[in-house]
Design a protein around this ligand. Structure first.
Ligand code: ATP
Length: 383
């Protein structure tokens, strides 16, 4: 087990005359035994970051340390890491047992019976003991993924690096493997960096998540902190499905003035905004409440445009202006209880609670005011 430190790591690629900055001055400290998920949209630099840690890609500038040892120029095989990829990369002509023992045979001088014992133990841990004599082609996708994991685990590395390891599995198996991987990582206590573009994996698996965009680190914190207290508008929009609602607004005294609505704010919220006047108001769909009738200035008469029933919840698309062209009207997306009766064309009143709003700087995207994570956690008591 080990700590991992990325200090101002940058990676550039040369594409003809063009220089591509894939990873831009990223600094991260990963604790011993921590499960860190690196997440972001396609092309944000996740895999390149992981590949530099693995030693599969050179580092253009910055320092990479594993357990306080600088490893920039240490060969991949000497870094004591094990990688699991999206493609399982099993050797097709070898049995499961051979696939799992191969790395140990190559990198250690352990006797065969010791290697066999380790493979059998790991096979048991992963529930694949009865598959050890099969070839990869005779296994399901989920079983192949277990073998790929087993091959990494059996080496007992200091660090696990995982690049979208579950994305070839169907939704149900992915959910099962998510839980299993967390349990395994917890039991083994091996420092793990896990790359994904899937925000559900990021939210559910990591002790912390690091969110990248355009090669730059946007935020690193616990999943709930990133969700409730996003550092900027990018993080706020990336986490959460449906995405947070955003409205361009201007600050006028104690009101946020949008194209089709005004939203009063109290002094406490106002104090967070400093000198900025071009702002973005954000509200998560699940924070919006539909109420009987309008009774305060944080409630708005709206028209239901579309209702998407999801079973336990409905996703409702609302318009501020009943006469507006649906194509161009400002839309508010709300997630409400699945048993609430609303239909297309209904007039409803939507409350945007002030204790749940976020406000971002309209120019930089930086979060100026967030709902507090503690308040968010206090909203619901157990029955
Ligand atoms: P995805 O989720 O699609 O795999 P990613 O976040 O892992 O994306 P990277 O694969 O790290 O992104 O790529 C980051 C950027 O670097 C992209 O713009 C990509 O095109 C570029 N890039 C990656 N590898 C190379 C390379 N060998 N040569 C040139 N550009 C590269």
């Amino acid at each position: 087990m080990a700590t991992l430190e990325l200090d101002s790591i940058t990676k550039t690629f040369q594409d003809g005359d063009e220089e591509i900055v894939a990873v831009d001055d990223v600094s991260l400290s990963i604790d011993d035994g921590e499960f860190l998920v690196v997440v972001g949209p396609s092309g944000c630099g996740k895999s390149t970051t992981l590949r530099m840690v693995a030693g599969l890609e050179t580092i253009t500038s910055g320092t990479l340390s594993i357990d306080n040892r600088v490893v920039n120029h240490v060969k991949s095989q000497d870094r004591d890491i094990a990688m699991v990829f999206q493609s399982y990369a099993l050797y097709p002509h070898m049995s499961v047992r051979q696939n799992m023992s191969f790395g140990l045979e190559e990198s250690t001088d352990l006797p065969d019976d010791e290697i066999n014992r380790m493979v059998s133990e790991t096979g048991e841990m992963l529930g694949i003991s009865d598959l050890l004599d099969r070839k990869p082609s005779d296994l399901s996708g989920g079983q192949q993924q277990r073998v790929a994991l087993g091959r990494a685990i059996v080496r007992d590395p200091e660090v696990f690096l995982m690049d979208e390891p579950l994305s070839n599995l169907d939704a149900k198996l992915r959910a099962e493997m998510r839980t299993e991987l967390q349990r395994l990582q917890n039991d083994l206590g091996v420092t793990t960096v896990y790359v994904t573009h899937d925000q559900t994996e990021a939210m559910t698996m990591g002790d912390r998540i690091a969110i990248l965009d355009g090669g730059e680190l946007q935020q690193i914190a616990s999943p709930l902190k990133c969700y409730h207290e996003p550092a900027n508008q990018f993080v706020a929009s990336f986490l959460g499905e449906p995405s947070m609602n955003f409205f361009d607004v201007a600050l006028d005294g104690d009101r946020l003035v949008g194209d089709v609505f005004e939203y009063p704010i109290d002094d406490e919220v106002r104090a967070d905004l400093g000198e900025a006047t071009d702002l973005v108001l954000g509200i998560r769909p699940e924070a919006i409440k539909l109420v009987e009738s309008k009774s305060d200035a944080h409630e708005f008469e709206m028209t239901v445009d579309v209702v998407e029933p999801m079973g336990d919840e409905n996703t409702v698309y609302l318009h501020f202006d009943p006469d507006a062209d649906p194509e161009s009207a400002e839309t508010l997306v709300a997630t409400i209880d699945g048993f609430t009766r609303v239909s297309e064309g209904d007039s409803v009143v939507a409350r945007i609670p002030q204790d749940a709003i976020h406000i971002f700087d309209g120019l930089t995207g930086e979060a100026l005011h967030n709902r507090s994570m503690e308040d968010a956690a206090d909203q619901v008591d157990l029955a």
